[in-house]
Ligand binder design. Structure first.
Ligand code: DGL
Length: 287
């Protein structure tokens, strides 16, 4: 493995950018290749077999780009497909669940932890299993929040309806007396101001992204040296304009542009099988 090889990061949409931001803050010299599988979004309402198949295609794409490691910056993919991807591919693949549990256990005092996540993640019970394996005394209260992902993808954050939806999702967790809440979906940190407003200051909010970056650094022995800032590549499988708008708002001044790419078309052919160059199949958005 060469240290200059890129790191692949993927999600169903813009959610994984929360992990990218954390990576940039700690290791700005690392080149990132990001894939947002927006054509299949949301993953959270899909069957495990589909989510696994998407993960395989994406990691194959990263392997073609010679990535030295992959972050499944998607809790849904991590909870249903991580063991399969780790077994199939020869690169380190890091998921969200174990780092999220570790981060929560560091801060909870009353061991009553809430997890908000997609329907598929909640149904997988991946968080419950992982908490149980690490600390059987912890009580986990999970809540699926299916409306959060479309709100984030559409950039509808500071809206009255978003606060109302957040209140109704979070009420059972407040009633359960949690002192810690894990963002069990990488889209949810976009909603931090809304969730913080609803829960107040007494509940600790845990974004697993920082712990994920720490795990990656250990796995690759990253040392944080300041080299040249490389050019990052961002791809989305669906339309790039809304991805770009939502992502840009979150990433602020970080340089960001997105290219559309379809993974299941063979290189050099369009979906109708005609020969064409890659440029013809790609549209892009940038600042
Ligand atoms: N951001 C993803 C996650 O962490 C999934 C969102 C979705 O596509 O449902 O679970």
């Amino acid at each position: 493995m060469e240290m200059s090889q890129p790191i692949g990061v993927f999600d169903s949409g813009v959610g994984g950018l929360t992990v990218v931001k954390s990576l940039w803050e700690h290791f700005p010299q690392e080149q990132i290749i990001y894939f947002g599988d927006t054509v299949h979004l949301p993953y959270g309402s899909r069957k495990p077999e589909e989510i696994i198949a998407f993960g395989i295609d994406i990691v194959e794409f990263f392997i073609q780009h010679k990535t030295k490691a992959v972050i499944a910056a998607c809790n849904t993919s991590s909870s249903v497909s991580l063991p399969c991807l780790q077994e199939k591919f020869p690169v380190p693949i890091i998921g969200m669940i174990e780092p999220g549990v570790r981060a929560a256990l560091k801060v909870t005092k009353n061991k009553r932890v809430g997890v908000i996540a997609t329907k598929a993640t909640v149904e997988s019970c991946a968080y419950e299993r992982t908490f149980l394996a690490s600390d059987p005394e912890t009580q986990v209260f999970s809540q699926a929040c299916p409306l959060f992902v479309p709100l984030v993808e559409d950039g509808r954050i500071e809206r009255k309806e978003t606060y109302q939806i957040a209140r109704s999702y979070l009420k059972p967790l407040q009633d359960a007396g949690i002192d810690t809440l894990v963002f069990g979906c990488t889209h949810y940190p976009f909603l931090t101001p809304v969730i913080r407003h609803v829960l107040g200051e007494s509940v600790r909010l845990v974004d697993p992204a920082h712990e994920v970056v720490r795990e990656l650094a250990t796995a690759l022995n990253l040392n944080g040296h300041r080299g040249e800032v490389p050019e990052h590549l961002f791809f989305a499988s669906g339309q790039v304009s809304s991805f770009y708008t939502a992502g840009k708002k979150f990433l602020g001044s970080f340089p960001f542009s997105v290219e559309q790419i379809s993974l299941n078309e063979k290189e050099g052919q369009d979906s109708a099988g005609r020969e064409e160059g890659p440029e013809q199949r790609r549209t892009s958005a940038s600042s």
